[in-house]
Design a protein around this ligand. Structure first.
Ligand SMILES: *Cc1c(COP(=O)(O)O)cnc(C)c1O
Length: 457
């Protein structure tokens, strides 16, 4: 069969609300042309993020009912620990309320002022937590990985040569760890090859430096290895995951991504000294080491979700439906970051709207038009998010790219939703020359994308 179907049937539904264009006009105006300020109820299809927005399965809901809410040593914790140990092989499993809590604990106990932590591309919370400890978060993704138009299988790879140079030219006591984000969220959701992971591991370990994964989308990365890297086609996703984690010394994880949970995360480590320090800090700010700020039922649902994410039928559907959206956008003339990543399609607003200069925020304009056209919410990843106004000169400093991310929540939307999104963007593409740029009305001093407001130029 050529048709890839959603490998589930629907047992419970959540109605979504259609709005008229006139209603959407008013909604957008009231929200200051910022999709973050629109009420979710007024959104028909919400592609703002894949984080915490997944549908849980009947089995996960059953686990919620069976959650053990004991303060210490709960049965649900041991299920959680056993499942994560089984997949990662790591010894110490520390639950946290989100991925960023795992990051904060990890960097607080390992990282000091002046340190450097290389990664393919640091996600924004990872970078922020490293910088908070006055250390440098260094992005060393390969040059191809930065180019939206090159079609290569593993554009999430780190530049091994650049890591080598860093290790040669820096006192090793300033590099507490090396990292790898799988898949590389901040860089098109692109995967990393096993060969690249192995090379990074060998290089770091030859200098005695620990290797930590940012594992938020580890299962999607494993599926790309299975389907794109020779030698892995007959291996199970779990075996691939086990091999991948075996090259590292630990990981941080947001269960809001590849664990189908609405909240949660963990830090997994092999180093006992680090784990002991992490648990002390966990107890201080998150909770006792067998719940870490989560309810017992959450731990149980995460454990079940981690088993389901490694099912091949699911992952085939997941990666194929993301590619379906990407391929069809390309067919209707909407330029995207290629090839399609695992969890999102990134529209290249710079190429789609070449008449709008970066200082008139083409990505923001496209996000607002997409909402007006069809009630779809996306997020700008361009000059609004990553650009700035120079504090001294007042000059506009653009972001590296002008992208609009369509993130796909897991097991939430069906193929007809994808067809609707494609049609909306095709309509926009046909009248793209009429789309105007935007300017700031209110420019928030930090994290501008969340609270700034805009108007048409
Ligand atoms: C989401 C994410 C995080 C942070 O996780 P939260 O649960 O949102 O705190 C870290 N790294 C990557 C790659 C992510 O996608």
């Amino acid at each position: 069969m050529k048709t890839i179907i959603e490998p589930f049937k629907i047992k419970m539904v959540e109605p979504i609300k259609m709005t008229t264009r006139e209603q959407r006009n008013n909604i957008v105006l009231a929200a200051g042309h910022n999709p973050f300020l629109i009420r979710a109820e007024d959104v028909l299809i919400d592609l703002l993020t894949d984080s915490g927005t997944s549908s849980m399965s009947d089995r996960q809901w059953a686990e919620l009912m069976m959650g053990d809410e004991s303060y210490a040593g709960s049965r649900s914790y041991f299920k959680f620990e056993e499942t994560i140990r089984d997949i990662t092989g790591y010894e110490y499993i520390i639950p946290t309320h989100q991925g960023r809590a795992a990051e904060r604990i990890l960097f607080s106990i390992t990282t000091k002022e002046g340190d450097i932590i290389p990664n393919n591309t640091h996600f924004d919370t990872t970078r922020a937590n490293i910088e908070y400890n006055k250390a440098l978060a260094l992005d060393l993704v390969t040059a191809e990985g930065r180019d939206p138009e090159t079609r290569l299988p593993f554009k999430g790879n780190i530049d091994i040569e650049a890591v080598g140079k860093l290790l040669e030219g820096t006192s090793l006591s300033r590099i507490p760890m090396g990292m790898m984000t799988v898949t590389n969220n901040a860089s098109g959701g692109q995967p990393v090859s096993m060969a690249n992971i192995r090379a990074m591991s060998e290089l770091l370990h030859s200098k005695g430096i620990p290797f930590i994964f940012d594992a938020c989308r580890f299962a999607e990365n494993c599926y790309f290895i299975k389907t794109r890297e020779p030698g892995y086609e007959d291996k199970s996703l779990k075996d691939i995951a086990r091999e991948m984690f075996s090259y590292g010394d630990g990981c941080t994880m947001s269960a809001k991504k590849d664990a189908f949970a609405n909240m949660g995360g963990f830090l997994a480590l092999n180093n006992k000294e680090w784990a002991d320090k992490a648990k002390t800090l966990l107890i201080l700010t998150e909770g006792f080491s067998t719940y870490g700020g989560l309810a017992g039922r959450d731990l149980a649902a995460i454990a079940q979700g981690l088993k389901e994410i490694l099912e091949e039928d699911y992952m085939q559907y997941r990666v194929r439906s993301t590619a379906y959206l990407g391929d069809n956008l390309e067919r209707v003339g909407v330029p995207t970051f290629v090839p399609a990543g695992g969890h999102a399609i990134y529209i290249d607003a710079k190429r789609m709207l070449p008449h709008i200069p970066p200082k008139h925020l083409p990505g923001q304009a496209l996000c607002v038009e997409l909402y007006l056209e069809a009630g779809i919410r996306a997020v700008e990843i361009g000059s609004v998010m990553f650009g700035k106004t120079d504090a001294e000169t007042g000059d506009f400093v653009p972001g590296q790219n002008e992208l609009v991310r369509l993130a796909l929540p897991r097991r939430v939307y069906t193929q007809s939703h994808m067809d609707y999104i494609i049609e909306a963007l095709e309509n926009l593409s046909k009248r793209k020359d009429e789309i105007r740029g935007m300017q700031f009305d209110y420019e928030a001093p930090i994290l501008r994308h969340f609270t700034s407001t805009f108007s048409w130029v």
